[in-house]
Design a protein around this ligand. Structure first.
Ligand SMILES: Cc1ncc(COP(=O)(O)O)c(C=O)c1O
Length: 349
């Protein structure tokens, strides 16, 4: 049986969260001299002399309506990287507890584990980049608190088989994090639709990819109310700044534009996926459910350097076990993709 309180660090259960000035006052007032703000004004304009809503109520309401969840099931972070870090701090005792991840995958799980002095267990994805469920469950130790699954996975670009994720949710008594940073680029339903079935499920999403807001830093975690309350309890009070909250509210009104942008990216992805294998330097293009392609080339380091010489930066993933010889290429604009193809075609083997 999943028992959240038994997983959470005792100091987190015991501690009192920071109480902000606006939390301690409820009601109507016209003069706010309670938070040591600059009441004369702001050099940045707007209302930026005031602290932002620490609970991001308007934003959560709007996101809840769009995503079909309750506001109490949403945590907002300064990028999903903040949520990843807070999960370690909430659940894992430094020097004692364990996290499991499935490389090749997103690098921040490992960085956050190391930062928080949490033991990192790794089970390699299979040759087709899927989860070997039995092996993962066999690796679970009494102190394993978290399993991170990235779906669609970065850098392999594929969706993880939902049956495998479900088997982990059922077979593991810790928290299963499903990182869906790239979910908008595929047709598969989000795991947010199954939150009420699995108290140990936490879904990460972000405004950095499909929404095009990487510079604003806004990440989302969806989970049970109990889990979300704990994340809210330990987060820095004003982790989502006012400009980000305002701009995200405006962006959320533009769901049509979002759809067009996703369609365009997916279309460009398919064009690239079709054109790249025709190049003699390309050995394989892996299927993609994301906004990037994992591409196996004859000489990854040589090609990487050649592209840089021509003003094009891709991600060299060839040193990652499982990704030997591979470059990760984000889908660009039509012109950028054409230029990429042209430069890659001129690479001398
Ligand atoms: C799988 C995955 N999760 C999370 C992130 C980070 O997202 P954010 O910008 O919200 O911190 C990335 C960024 O590349 C990613 O690839």
């Amino acid at each position: 049986m999943f028992n959240l309180n038994a997983l959470v660090r005792p100091n987190v259960l015991k501690m009192k969260p920071y109480s902000s000035a606006r939390d301690e006052f409820k009601g109507a007032a016209s003069i706010f001299i309670d938070a040591n703000e600059n009441n004369i004004g702001s050099l940045a304009g707007n209302n930026y002399n005031r602290y932002p809503d620490p609970h991001q109520k308007k934003l959560k309401q709007k996101i809840a309506a769009i995503k079909g969840v309750r506001p109490s099931q949403i945590f907002l972070g300064n990028g999903s990287d903040e949520a990843i870090d807070l999960l370690f701090r909430m659940l894992c005792q430094p020097g004692r507890d364990v996290m499991l991840h499935l490389p090749p995958t997103y690098g921040m799980y490992e960085v956050s584990a190391n930062l928080n002095d949490v033991q990192l267990d790794a089970v390699q994805l299979t040759a087709d980049f899927q989860v070997p469920v039995e092996e993962v469950l066999n690796q679970v130790k009494p102190n394993t608190k978290l399993i991170f699954i990235c779906s669609p996975n970065n850098p392999t670009a594929n969706l993880i088989n939902p049956e495998c994720i479900e088997a982990l949710l059922r077979g593991f008594n810790g928290v299963v994090v499903v990182d869906e940073a790239y979910i908008d680029f595929c047709d598969s339903p989000s795991w947010t639709t199954r939150l009420d079935e699995f108290p140990n499920l936490l879904v990460l999403q972000t405004f950095s990819k499909a929404w095009g807001m990487a510079g604003l830093r806004l990440g989302l975690a969806f989970a049970s109310e109990e889990l979300i309350q704990l994340l809210d309890k330990i987060k820095p009070p004003y982790n989502i700044n006012e400009a980000t909250q305002e701009l995200a509210l405006q962006a959320l009104e533009k769901s049509e534009d979002l759809r067009y942008m996703i369609e365009e990216i997916v279309q460009e992805r398919e064009l690239l996926a079709h054109a790249l294998p025709r190049l003699s330097s390309v050995l394989h293009v892996y299927p993609s459910d994301a906004n990037f392609l994992l591409v196996k080339v004859t000489d990854a380091n040589g090609m990487y350097n050649y592209l840089v010489e021509n003003g094009i930066v891709v991600r060299n993933r060839s040193s990652l076990p499982g990704c030997e010889g591979c470059l990760r290429i984000s889908v660009g604009t039509l012109e950028e993709n054409q230029k990429l193809l042209q430069v890659m075609a001129s690479f001398r083997l």
